[in-house]
Design a protein around this ligand. Structure first.
Ligand code: FAD
Length: 326
């Protein structure tokens, strides 16, 4: 029998993040023939409801309040709990983003239910929804099912294919009035570390540098390559620790977990803690002087060579391809 599944639409800088559409696709699988209800929380976010519907939500519930302008777990949990109270869903899906990671355990504990976090795939087997999630820093995968009660999951960005956008779809977008109690934490100011370029956690292409890049100037050729490919620049912790770049670029166990279509690792040895953050990338290219470097074990394509020669050559070739195809 079909289920009712709530999906949190995640808004950043006035737009919905892609992971919201991926979460809708996951919710459709859980809902079976049931209903997918989008949830929008913030200040002046109602206009985004239509896009959630175009990507597959059947209707949208909106909670707007000035106190919800910036994300706080305190404020958003009050809003989400009010929607859950009203809708009584049988499933909930969030993106496994910084927001989703912060909010989902709080909601799960308030509801007294389990949480399947960081799912990279889901399928229906014999009527049960089976989630796949990485364990041991991505070295293995486990499959999980919820035997009884509400199915609550977060989905890793860039893993679940969203449904095709259908501009002809329509559905109700209803406001829910919630009295948000005084917040214990207030965001005074958001200081962006990486204001320019593509968001690392949603980038389709990432060019990442390690200690082999040798200096902050050494990142310049990587930035050029990323620009030509419309991608983002990332880094190993080695490069961050050496002060070649900001920690906001760090990928790995204690940094961001990314799954782009293409990951180009430049001067990165491939320590297990780094692999934990990128080994699920669809295609991995490694550029390293050392043919024995561990990164080659996970790479689809390996280039043994000096990154300062290889990266500019790649940039030139991609530029030519772009010109030829335009
Ligand atoms: P190195 O291991 O020093 O490798 C540099 C590579 O560059 C070498 O393979 C070398 O052959 C190559 N090279 C040098 N010059 C050139 C050149 N000119 N051209 C091409 N190749 C060149 N690390 C992370 O990345 N992310 C994490 O989240 C993370 N979390 C951690 C958590 C814990 C608890 C611990 C203990 C460690 C963590 N680390 C993490 C650190 C990790 O163990 C490694 O130390 C780190 O990833 C190494 O960074 P690197 O590959 O850039 O440097």
């Amino acid at each position: 029998m079909g289920k009712k599944v709530l999906v949190l639409g995640e808004v950043r800088d006035g737009s919905l993040r892609n992971v919201s559409f991926e979460a809708i696709a996951a919710a459709k699988t859980i809902a079976d023939d049931g209903e997918v209800v989008g949830v929008l929380i913030g200040d002046a976010v109602k206009s985004l409801g239509q896009e959630l519907i175009q990507y597959g939500a059947d209707r949208v519930v909106v909670v707007e309040d000035e106190k919800l302008k910036q994300y706080t777990s305190d404020g958003f949990s009050q809003a989400v709990m009010a929607v859950i109270d009203q809708e009584k869903p049988e499933g909930i899906v969030f993106g496994h983003t910084a927001l989703g990671k912060d909010l989902s355990p709080k909601i799960a504990s308030k509801l007294g239910v389990g949480l399947i976090s960081d799912a990279v795939a889901l399928e229906v087997v014999d009527g049960e929804v089976v989630f796949t999630r990485p364990i041991y820093s991505g070295k293995a995968f486990e499959k999980k099912v919820v035997k009884n009660g509400l199915i609550f999951a977060t989905v890793r960005p860039n893993n679940i294919t969203p449904l095709e956008k259908d501009e002809s779809r329509s559905g109700d977008i209803i406001s829910l009035s919630v009295e948000i109690k005084d917040l214990r934490t207030i965001i005074k100011e958001v200081v962006r570390k990486t204001a320019e370029g593509v968001d690392l956690s949603e980038a389709k292409v990432i060019v990442a540098g390690g200690r082999g890049v040798k200096s902050s100037e050494g990142f310049e050729p990587l930035k050029e390559l990323a620009k030509v490919l419309g991608g983002a620049v990332g880094a190993s912790r080695g490069a961050c620790d050496a002060d070649y770049c900001d920690y906001s670029l760090q990928i790995g166990q204690t940094g961001k977990v990314v799954t782009p279509d293409l990951y180009i690792a430049c001067g990165i040895s491939g320590a297990i803690q780094h692999l934990a953050g990128m080994s699920n990338s669809k295609v991995i290219v490694a550029i390293n002087k050392d043919p024995e470097a561990n990164i080659f074990k996970v790479a689809d394509y390996g280039i043994v060579g000096d990154l300062f020669e290889v990266v500019p050559m790649l940039t030139e070739e991609f530029k030519k391809l772009k010109v030829a195809s335009s």
